[in-house]
Structures are given as structure tokens and as C-alpha cells.
Design a protein around this ligand. Structure first.
Ligand code: HEC
Length: 426
């Protein structure tokens, strides 16, 4: 009532009034533009997420889980610390935006008055031309086992038809069976190594050959990555005017990690036919891009340690001086909690490049820097990985929680890794 009394004289004088309290946030006016900007690229009909909330009615229905996902910072799936560096297309909400969504949910998640409807652009996931599409060639039965029962790491040779040298300007992995495919990594195998590749394939019955996490059994391939996929990945565009080099006569080896857990639920097909597409340029005018892992393989994580910090530093500027770094993505296994990469200058000061401080094995995306960083000759890079090897953080194997043990660098899901892949242009 008091507000009315204060307002009345103003009406007389200026035919206006303090703006009417708009009431609690409504979906169509306040929340929809935020959800469109940050969520719908994946959560609309036909996109990659299993649930859709691309109409006001569906959003209202799912408001509780939408809020749970936002409040816990699980969604949007973007886990690089904004205090470390700034990234392109960071979809996360500001504190004020989060507050609007909280109030909307708390006040009954009202759809609101359609005449007040506001929209923001739904960002498009990138698409590529798919100049060359390669398949693993067969419906692979993932039960073709290697000794590890829940994880099957299988390598397959693909042919990029490199009759001349190629530059790969974009890549896309199209997993055949998303219930089973956990990650896909593709590397160049040089013509001089094709005998080795053939021998590996010949020795193993069935299509392809067994290989382990992080390795395809052929020397040097880790430094020649061409494509990668993890859940939530979208097609990958290399930095402008650059490409990944494939020599004439090379093949590609793709490593697929199948996690067979889903098979125990029944109804899931045991077959997969994953494909890899690339866009190529043969003009000879592009700069050379590379995807190189920085890694600390000297890991020693004591059993039962809640917070084990493992660091290594390398004078990488000596090799890659002048390189412009565009994108960074981390890789650890299940015990990892934080992976960080810093650029250390000669005088000992450092700049944070990426810090994924809420590590989630299922979201190993690439973080594109808002401003590319340049490596100078005297720079080192410091990689720091943190692990939780306490009892509570152990994996369940066949329904039983494992007992912590000393963990070292290694290939299996129960060993650990500490890596940051850098995409850079020289
Ligand atoms: C890059 C794609 C992507 C974006 C952007 C995204 N999601 Fe998701 N979301 C997924 C995928 C894939 C899943 C299923 C797998 C999972 O849960 O990790 C999922 C699961 C969910 C779920 C259901 C189960 C759960 O985990 O709670 C909710 C709710 C959800 N997302 C809400 C959101 C909201 C809200 C936003 C925006 C703030 C958002 N998502 C942004 C891809 C995305």
C-alpha cells in the first residue's frame, strides 16, 4: 500500500510511475534467452543430449533437474576455471543470471506471458564438409575381447587416400554406437610404419587389433594426432589458415575405447561402426598446426591419499619457440580432480593457461583460448595434476568398491595419466 501512496502524486505530475514490479522471473521473458544461449545447442530435438527442453512447456516440466544441473555446475559441461584464463564461447552463466534461474524455479517455474517472449540465438555446433569419410570397415562386435573385461581398446587402420600430402583443416568423429564408445583417437601412421601396422592387424583375430589406452603400439604416433572424440565432442575446426599435416602414403590408425558396462543392461547392441570424417586442403598454403600432448608420466600416487599433487616442468620453448597456442584439453583417468597447465617465464613468474579444476572423465573437451598465447624460447610449461586416491573415490568393479592402491602412470582405466593436449600453429 505504501508504494501506491508514494507513487500516486507522480502519476499526476508526469503521467508515469516507478516501473511496476515485474514479479518473479518467467520462462519466456527471463529464462528462455539464457537457456537458448547456453543449453539448447545440445538440448534441442535432434542434438546430442538425451533430454530436450526446447519449448517453454518442456522446460517447466524439467525445471527441477535443470536447476539441479546448473546449481551443481555440472551443466553447461564446461569445467575450465574462469579465474585461470578466458575462453572463446564460454557458455556459463554469471552469478546474476544464475540467480534469475534460481528465482524462476523457486517461484513455480512459470511459463509467463507469451507476448513478453524474448529469444537469444542458439549457437550452432560446428559442422564440417566431410571431404573424406573413413569407416572402421565392419560392424565390429565389441565382445571381441582383450583380457580386460569391461574395457575393450581396439585399433583399426583407416585410409585417408593420401595420394599426395594433405592438410586436415577440420575433423569429426561419428561414433557408431554411443552407448559403448567411450573415446576415439586418430593418429597418422607414416608410410614407413605401415608394415608394423599390418603385422599388428594380422596377429589379432577379427577386425583391427587390441591396443591400450593412450597407445596404438606404433612409435611416435602420439605426436601425430589427427582427430579425437569423447562424449560431448562436436566437430573440430583447426585454427584459421592452418591444418594438421598428413604425408603422402600415410594411413590413419584409430583407437576406440569401448566400455562394455552398457551391455549388461541388455537391449544394447554389441556392434559398432565408427566413422571419422576430415576436411582436407591441398593448396600448400596453410600453416602447420599440431596437437601435442604435454605430459607428466612420472606419477606416484600413494594409496589412501586424499589430495596427491604431481608436477612436472619442461623447457618446451626450446623446441616450439614462436608457437601460437589456440586450444587446450586435459586428460586424466578416474582419480583425477584437477589438471592445470602454466606458462613459466625465465624470471620464474607464471601465467595460467588452463585449469580444469572440476575434472570429469566424461567431458574431455577442448578449451579454445580467447587470446592465443605465444611460446617464447626461454619459456617452460608446468603441468600439475591432482588426484584423490581415498577410499570414497574408488571405482566400483562388478558392484564392489575397490581398495586404494599405489597408482602409477599407465594405460588401463585403473592406472592414471596426466596430460594436456595443446593445439598450436607454428
Ligand atoms: C555441449 C552439449 C551440452 C550443453 C551445452 C548442455 N548440456 Fe546438458 N547434457 C548434455 C549431455 C550429453 C547430457 C547427458 C550426459 C550427461 O549427463 O553428462 C546432458 C545431461 C543434462 C541433464 C540431465 C541429466 C543430468 O545430468 O542432470 C540436464 C538436466 C541438463 N543436461 C541440463 C543442461 C542445462 C540446464 C544446460 C545449460 C545450462 C545444459 N545442460 C547444457 C549435453 C549438454
Amino acid at each position: 500500500m505504501r508504494a501506491l501512496v508514494l507513487c500516486a502524486p507522480l502519476v499526476v505530475i508526469s503521467a508515469g510511475c516507478a516501473p511496476k514490479d515485474p514479479g518473479p522471473p518467467t520462462y519466456v521473458r527471463d529464462v528462455q534467452p539464457l537457456i537458448e544461449r547456453s543449453c539448447l545447442s545440445c538440448h534441442k530435438e535432434g542434438s546430442i543430449a538425451p533430454v530436450q527442453f526446447d519449448t517453454p512447456e518442456k522446460a517447466k516440466l524439467l525445471s527441477a533437474s535443470i536447476w539441479a544441473a546448473i546449481e551443481s555446475k555440472r551443466m553447461p559441461p564446461y569445467y575450465a576455471s574462469g579465474e585461470c584464463n578466458a575462453y572463446k564461447d564460454d557458455p556459463r552463466f554469471t552469478a546474476e543470471e544464475t540467480e534469475v534461474i534460481r528465482q524462476w524455479v523457486e517461484n513455480g517455474a512459470e511459463v509467463g506471458d507469451l507476448r513478453e517472449e524474448k529469444h537469444a540465438e542458439v549457437p550452432q555446433l560446428p559442422t564440417i564438409r566431410r571431404d573424406r569419410v573413413m569407416t572402421i570397415g565392419t560392424d565390429f562386435d565389441v565382445r571381441t575381447m582383450n583380457p580386460n573385461e569391461l574395457d575393450n581398446y581396439r585399433c583399426f587402420a583407416l585410409d585417408p587416400m593420401a595420394t599426395e600430402q594433405l592438410m586436415v583443416t577440420a575433423s569429426e568423429v561419428i561414433p557408431g554406437n554411443v552407448q559403448l564408445v567411450h573415446h576415439v583417437l586418430a593418429y597418422e601412421v607414416l608410410a614407413s610404419q605401415l608394415g608394423e601396422l599390418q603385422a599388428l592387424d594380422d596377429r589379432a583375430p577379427g577386425p583391427g587389433y587390441p591396443c591400450k589406452s593412450g597407445s596404438v603400439g606404433i612409435d611416435g604416433t602420439l605426436m601425430r594426432q589427427i582427430a579425437g572424440w569423447v562424449p560431448g565432442s562436436s566437430p573440430y575446426q583447426l585454427p584459421p589458415n592452418s591444418g594438421l599435416h598428413i604425408s603422402a602414403g600415410s594411413k590413419i590408425v584409430v583407437q576406440i575405447h569401448y566400455n562394455l558396462n552398457a551391455l549388461s543392461r541388455g537391449e544394447v547392441s554389441p556392434f559398432d561402426q565408427t566413422r571419422v570424417a576430415i576436411d582436407v586442403d591441398t593448396s600448400g598454403t596453410l600453416k602447420l598446426a599440431r596437437i601435442i600432448p604435454m605430459f607428466n608420466d612420472d606419477l606416484d600416487i600413494p594409496a589412501f591419499e586424499k589430495k596427491s599433487v604431481q608436477t612436472a616442468q619442461f623447457p618446451i620453448g626450446l623446441i616450439y619457440s614462436g608457437a601460437r597456442i589456440y586450444g587446450l584439453s586435459g586428460h586424466m583417468h578416474q582419480l583425477g580432480t584437477d589438471v592445470k597447465l602454466e606458462q613459466v617465464k625465465k624470471d620464474g613468474t607464471s601465467k595460467c593457461m588452463v585449469d580444469i579444476n572440476d575434472w570429469d572423465f566424461n567431458w574431455q573437451r577442448t578449451y579454445e583460448l580467447q587470446r592465443p598465447m605465444t611460446l617464447e624460447v626461454e619459456d617452460s610449461l608446468r603441468i600439475t595434476c591432482t588426484y584423490d586416491n581415498s577410499q570414497e573415490n574408488q571405482a566400483y568393479i562388478g558392484g564392489v568398491q575397490a581398495t586404494p592402491r599405489r597408482v602409477r602412470w599407465g594405460e588401463s582405466s585403473f592406472d592414471e595419466m596426466c596430460m594436456v593436449y595443446m593445439t598450436f600453429v607454428q
